[in-house]
Design a protein around this ligand. Structure first.
Ligand code: APR
Length: 177
């Protein structure tokens, strides 16, 4: 599914983010940039050791922020590492921190003149954020960036499994854009 936002594109896809050929793919990192399972494990496995070498030099990234490295042997030339919030029931500023992860990732993409960015569903795996609530926050943050900035021109959510894809599709259709 894809929709136009001004002259830009927002797309939902089912798949594995490590196979994306976007200019940058976004990693669901932890604040130590230490690697892990899920998207983080898959990106470091597919991209090779140079990504972790750069992460070690950067040293860390607070929740809601983002940093950028090269893409190693991935198709994507860059990896934007962001740290989403751990879900603690919804009363611990999770929505604002999740929106901030998307906003700061997109700001970095703009700053580096990147035309296309692929996001996974940040925080909805190991960090436990409920899917539909996360989808609503994610889409709102991305749509607002696409409406107000020149770059990136294309944002794709690469969703791992029907459950995530269906949740994002339901939320996007419900936004009546
Ligand atoms: N491509 C796209 N999406 C994927 C992939 C993949 N290859 N692998 C997993 N996912 C999906 C999961 O199904 C989930 O919906 O990405 C979403 C986010 O899951 P996680 O990767 O667990 O990310 P998050 O919940 O933000 O937790 C981050 O997990 O691996 C550690 O180091 C990481 O501590 C950090 C934490």
């Amino acid at each position: 599914m894809q929709i136009a936002i001004k002259n830009k594109i927002l797309r939902l896809e089912l798949g594995d983010i490590t196979e994306s050929a976007a200019d940058a793919i976004v990693n669901t990192a932890n604040s130590a940039l230490a690697g892990g399972g899920g998207v983080d494990g898959a990106i470091h496995r597919a991209g090779g050791p140079s990504i972790m070498e750069e992460c070690r030099k950067i040293g860390g990234c607070p929740t809601g922020s983002a940093v950028i490295t090269g893409g190693g042997s991935l198709y994507a030339k860059h990896v934007i590492h962001t740290v989403g919030p751990v879900w603690r029931g919804g009363g611990k500023n999770e929505a604002e921190l999740l929106a901030s992860s998307y906003r700061n990732s997109l700001k970095l993409a703009s700053k580096h003149n990147l035309r296309s960015v692929a996001f996974p569903s940040i925080s909805t795996g190991a960090y436990g954020y409920p899917l539909e609530e996360a989808a609503a926050v994610a889409m709102k943050a991305v749509i607002s960036h696409l409406s107000e900035n020149e770059l990136p021109e294309e944002v794709t959510f690469v969703l791992f499994g029907e459950k995530a894809f269906n949740a994002y599709e339901k939320v996007l259709k419900g936004m009546n854009l």
